[in-house]
Design a binder for this molecule. Structure first.
Ligand SMILES: Nc1ncnc2c1ncn2[C@@H]1O[C@H](COP(=O)(O)OP(=O)(O)O)[C@@H](O)[C@H]1O
Ligand SMILES: [Mg+2]
Length: 244
């Protein structure tokens, strides 16, 4: 569904992505694993058309979005939900309002339909009883659920996660990973998540691409990661480092 083809990206004269190709398929869970600062969030921004590469192309459903105008990107972005690392919730709005705001701003739906969808999403995300609370009164895991529920409100086919378990305790992390995995079964949803936590990859990803020093050094089924003879991958697996 999403493809980066031979993408090179520089910030100033600093080369971040060096001829990177990645594909994300419908109804699959793909992880992009790499150390901090390697360019993982940058990849998500490229997939959403928020930034442009220096060279190479980005396709969504075989449509080249690389040089697309902002207004043409809106319907493309609606195919994808995004859950930001810090959740990007509105602190001054209740949980319900965090959901309904986006619907009201982006779709011309009747008020009853907005309410129906908000109720559906609240239920799905396991947030019943928290509708009128502010995000700050919730735990990190619950806030993440709000961000996931909100990302689903436009009924995307794919959901993009930036470090979904960053800052969460192990129990909350596990719950969020289970929720991501369950989305595929319940909603036929694919996911791509970027992370520096190897356990997250083994927990739920069908496939993983490893990004290291600007290049993809592995891209394949998660269970084949141990077959790689790349020194970086061998070292993270043999040292049992949980976070790289
Ligand atoms: N807008 C920007 N301008 C300049 N440098 C940036 C910008 N955004 C990110 N960077 C740099 O690019 C590198 C990759 O960033 P990022 O994609 O956020 O990495 P990751 O998500 O893997 O930690 C980092 O060194 C970061 O400091
Ligand atoms: Mg990042």
């Amino acid at each position: 569904m999403i493809e980066l083809r031979n993408v090179t990206l520089k910030y100033g004269d600093k080369l971040i992505l060096d001829n990177v190709s990645i594909t994300v398929k419908d109804n699959r869970i793909k992880a992009i694993l790499g150390p901090s600062g390697v360019g993982k969030s940058t990849i998500l921004k490229l997939m959403l058309g928020l930034i442009k590469p220096n060279s190479g192309q980005i396709f969504v459903d075989d449509v080249d979005i690389t040089r697309m105008k902002e207004v043409d990107l809106y319907p493309i972005r609606r195919k994808m939900g995004i859950v930001f690392q810090g959740n990007a919730l509105f602190d001054s709005m209740t949980i319900s309002q965090n959901f309904s705001f986006f619907l009201r701003e982006n779709l011309r739906l009747p008020e009853e339909e907005i309410e129906r969808r908000v109720t559906e999403q609240i239920k799905f995300a396991g947030l019943e009883g928290y509708e009128d609370q502010l995000p700050e009164s919730l735990s990190g895991g619950m806030r993440k659920r709000v961000a996931i529920g909100r990302a689903l409100i436009f009924k995307p086919r794919m959901i993009l996660f930036d470090e979904p378990t960053a800052g969460l305790d192990p129990v909350s992390s596990k719950k969020i990973l289970n929720l991501i995995a369950s989305l595929r079964k319940t909603s036929n949803l694919g996911a791509v998540f970027v992370t520096h936590i190897i356990d997250d990859v083994f927990a739920i990803a069908d496939r993983v691409a490893v990004l290291y020093q600007g290049k993809i050094i592995f891209d394949g089924e998660t269970e084949r990661l141990h077959e790689s003879d790349h020194p970086f991958i061998m070292s993270i697996l043999s040292d049992k480092i949980l976070e790289i």
